[in-house]
Design a protein around this ligand. Structure first.
Ligand code: GLY
Length: 371
């Protein structure tokens, strides 16, 4: 009998496990695949705590707090595992892709600038200066210097190695088929037989609703597939992440590499790339950074983000000792440090952090929350 069983070994599940590992509790983590296959490993690694938000909310505040945890987390993972997650506080440039996006970007700029004067609007000359002339002029561009990035693949591997060193039981290639409450504990039916735990955390990303189908959650999680391309260019020097309002982005990676993301295909759980997806990425990336047309393609891949209506995560206790922590959509990497800390504390103290009331599964969304 485990004290805590976490279903899902993406960054959210692993971050919670890592925070719980300081205790005497028997912790286990179960995943239907082997490590390395899903969204966490495939992510762009942007820490877009300001880029992704257009209004104040509990989620925005959590995102800012989580972004600030990365420098220390980077050091601690390096010390513990020897893996450098390549944290870079190199800033992000957000660009209106077409004239009709300008009003929305201006409103976001006003919101961000009022809270942080380091966020500035860029003239065409400023944009050219900041990017060594590599980025073409836009209808509007803003600079968010404090949004950083990490290497998500390395981050996920570092968390995994850290858990290996912390005596956490891991079950891989193990499909969970049912979660049943017994007298004071849970029986988890799986493809490898039954598992037992006093508390269960479902952190199954885009597959969380499916894992909880007998509970019929009032808010569902839907998979949104994203395709990504990694290219290399020896003579292109760009430090900042470039994010366009149509969702195409270019994240500089070490050494001389550029990760180009990401398409968004609603309710698509498939794996692999498509000709249309890759053409879309190349088209928008080279339209804004023409020199990328001369880059070598190194790899391409895809992942499935866990979307919820209103883009509001679900972080709730839906039965005695059964927690659902999912729906982080475009921000799972960014939010994982703060969520790992807060959910572990919630479990250990029994006290739900006040701001997490915003993420109740029964939360009804009003119309203004839809984008
Ligand atoms: N956070 C970037 C994406 O979801 O594509």
């Amino acid at each position: 009998m485990h004290d805590v069983l976490i279903i899902g070994s993406g960054v959210i599940g692993m971050s919670i496990a890592r925070h719980l590992s300081h205790t005497h509790l028997d912790i286990a983590i179960v995943d239907r695949d082997i490590p390395g296959k899903h969204a966490s490993y495939k992510a762009g690694g942007m820490l877009g705590a300001q880029n992704e938000f257009t209004e104040d909310s509990d989620l925005f505040r959590l995102a800012l707090e989580s972004r600030d945890l990365f420098p220390e987390l980077c050091q601690s993972l390096q010390d513990e595992t020897g893996i450098d997650i390549q944290y870079q506080a190199s800033g992000l440039i957000k660009i209106a892709n077409q004239p009709s996006d300008v009003d929305h970007l201006r409103a976001q700029y006003q919101f961000l600038h009022a809270l942080d004067h380091n966020v500035v609007a860029l003239s065409d000359n400023d944009l050219a200066d900041l990017t060594n002339g590599n980025v073409s002029a836009a209808d509007m561009a803003i600079y968010i210097p404090n949004d950083g990035q990490i290497n998500a693949n390395r981050y996920t591997k570092a968390l995994f190695k850290s858990l290996q060193q912390r005596h956490i039981t891991r079950y891989f290639n193990t499909d969970v088929t049912g979660i049943h409450r017994q007298n004071g504990y849970y029986q988890i039916a799986s493809s490898k037989g039954d598992l037992y735990a006093k508390k269960v955390i479902v952190a199954g990303g885009a597959w969380s609703s499916q894992l909880l189908k007998q509970y019929q959650l009032p808010r569902e999680v839907v998979g949104v597939k994203g395709e990504v391309l990694l290219v290399e260019h020896d003579d292109l020097h760009l430090d900042q992440t470039l994010f366009m309002t149509n969702g195409c982005y270019v994240v500089p990676k070490q050494p001389n590499r550029y990760l180009i993301g990401a398409t968004s295909e609603f309710d698509n759980y498939s794996v692999g790339n498509t000709t249309q997806g890759i053409s879309w990425l190349k088209h928008y990336a080279t339209a804004r950074i023409p020199e990328l047309a001369n880059a070598r393609v190194l790899k391409q891949w895809s992942g499935v983000r866990p979307y919820t209506e209103g883009e509001l995560p679900i972080m709730d206790q839906i039965d005695d000792g059964l927690y659902v922590i999912t729906g982080h959509y475009r921000n799972g990497i960014l939010l994982s440090p703060v969520i790992g800390r807060d959910i572990a504390n919630w479990l250990l103290t029994g006290v739900k952090p006040a701001q997490y009331e915003s993420f109740n599964v029964s939360r009804r969304l009003n119309h203004e929350m839809y984008h």
